[in-house]
Design a protein around this ligand. Structure first.
Ligand SMILES: [Ca+2]
Ligand SMILES: [Ca+2]
Ligand SMILES: [Ca+2]
Ligand SMILES: [Ca+2]
Length: 485
């Protein structure tokens, strides 16, 4: 009998986008983008033809609209997609602003937006905030008004595979009104901000930092994650040969230990958890990328290694202990510097599992784990000294009610109401220590990009030293050394 010994997380999922109902073409069917917006119904896609469209587009009190520039560019998985987005410059241009007011589930894709005025303005009212706005493969060339202006009435905004131009090196491209929503409601992945005079296509990334995501698999087809995937340099995909001889055939993005195949997207369906965790790591790196300055314009190259051990329900079993150990060994053997393990155990694993964790730490790898979500004492794995155990906080820096406590809690991070992506690329909000740990992993990535070669032990000391003391003064059982990020 297969007995569940571990579970991924708890979570609350919210709404998603439906498939487009009709296509409206500008200028073939409608003279202006605004005319098409006015005629569109929920679910419709507005295709904007090449050229410069001199208008400000207002999307007011609408639901489920996609505004998409027609382009000839392929989506390449080996090119950072923010760099690809820079190629949309000059293809489909809105010379004006895009105003998204009291609307929800709006997608803006493959457009260059130049102003005058703010590039994209997002807002609403207290009773109808702007919600689930997704900006993908866009170039937003801001002027003094800002690339992206967010008022206090917005929720859940994703800026994926897109560029924002800073007018000056000191200007934050994100201008938020006083009392704006929590910053966490903006998800930034595969994106950069750049100073005027710099072309995003010219930006060179840092030396890649590899994070193994030991989880339920990653939907790497999502624009906001595609540019962040680790690609095994020695493996030729799909030839049925273990080209570089690491013991795994055609393992391009990692390995699916649940199906015993090379691909999380084949075989048994993905549980959303691993994609969500990957999105959180990408967001931490993405937030740093929007604060790049002319003095230090180097985006951090994050590479996510996809190691699937959880099944379609986000569970694993006693029969999977060996897979967990193999996944940790795979991560170390194939160059991961950080391993994120957002899962926990309800019974003590066999010794060989802990041996794998100990081998990883001995190799200088940082292993980030979770306190767990049962409002109880730390369980196995969380309780291991070699794991950097992360507890969950609310947005008010209070320990989350579900977050486990104990003497091995090291750090805490936001784990309630976290915004990220699920398979298919839809924005969702979820809670759990599973989503606190990847914030810490993401910060470790930023340190490694700045200081290549840092060991896991050195990283752990850095992260603890920069944490903000919360909860009881000093180290405490609920929040460890304190809050990160
Ligand atoms: Ca191989
Ligand atoms: Ca091969
Ligand atoms: Ca598979
Ligand atoms: Ca404390």
């Amino acid at each position: 009998m297969r007995r569940a010994v571990g579970v991924a997380t708890i979570a609350v999922l919210l709404s998603g986008m439906t498939v487009g109902a009709a296509t409206l073409r500008v200028p073939d069917e409608f003279p202006t983008i605004q005319a098409a917006v006015n005629a569109a119904n929920a679910g419709d896609v507005i295709l904007v033809g090449p050229g410069v469209h001199e208008e400000t587009v207002t999307i007011r009190q609408r639901s489920e609209l996609t505004l998409r520039g027609v382009n000839t560019l392929p989506i390449l998985d080996k090119v950072p997609c923010w760099r690809l987005a820079s190629d949309v410059l000059g293809q489909v241009v809105i010379s004006g602003s895009v105003i998204i007011d009291a609307s929800e589930r709006i997608a803006i894709e493959w457009l260059t937006i130049t102003g005058p005025g703010p590039g994209i303005w997002v807002g609403g009212t207290a009773s109808r905030p702007a919600d689930s706005v997704e900006v993908r493969f866009c170039n937003v060339v801001c002027n003094e008004e800002g690339a992206l202006v967010l008022t206090e009435h917005y929720r859940r905004l994703s800026f994926a595979c897109s560029n924002a131009c800073l007018n000056t090196g000191s200007t934050d491209p994100w201008r938020t009104a006083a009392g704006a929503s929590e910053e966490i409601d903006v998800l930034v992945t595969c994106s950069v901000a750049y100073a005027r005079g710099v072309e995003p296509g010219e930006l060179e990334e840092s030396t890649p930092v590899v994070v193994a995501v030991v989880d339920s698999g990653i939907d790497r087809t999502i624009p906001g994650l595609s540019c962040h995937m680790w690609i095994n340099p020695g493996e030729i995909p799909g030839n049925g040969v273990d080209d570089e001889g690491n013991g795994y055939v055609d393992d391009v993005y990692g390995w699916d230990f649940e199906d015993e195949d090379a691909d999380s997207l084949s075989g048994s369906p993905l549980h959303w958890h691993g994609t969500f965790v990957a999105g959180v790591i990408a967001d931490v790196v993405g937030e740093a990328a929007i604060r790049l300055t002319p003095e230090d314009p180097t985006p951090t190259a994050l590479r996510l290694m996809d190691l699937r051990v959880l099944d379609r329900q986000g569970l694993y079993y006693t029969s999977d202990w060996e897979d967990l150990a193999r996944a940790i060994d795979y991560a170390v053997a194939n160059g991961a510097q950080v391993v994120n393990v957002s899962l926990y155990a309800t019974q003590e694993p066999p010794g060989f599992v802990r041996d794998a964790f100990l081998r990883a730490v001995a190799a200088g790898v940082l292993v980030v784990g979770v306190a767990g979500n049962s409002a109880d004492e730390l369980g196995p794995i969380a309780n291991w000294e070699e794991v950097l155990t992360v507890a969950a906080l609310t947005a008010e820096n209070e320990p989350a009610l579900f977050s486990n406590v104990g003497s091995q809690v090291d750090l805490a991070a936001l784990g309630v109401g976290v915004l990220s992506l699920i398979p298919g690329g839809v924005l969702h909000v979820a809670s759990g220590t599973s989503f606190a740990a990847p914030r810490v992993a993401g910060l470790a990535v930023l340190h490694l990009a700045q200081t290549p070669g840092l060991t896991g032990a050195a990283l752990e000391q850095l992260l603890k030293a920069e944490s903000l003391d919360v909860g009881d003064a000093g180290w405490d059982m609920e929040t460890g050394w304190g809050k990160l990020h």
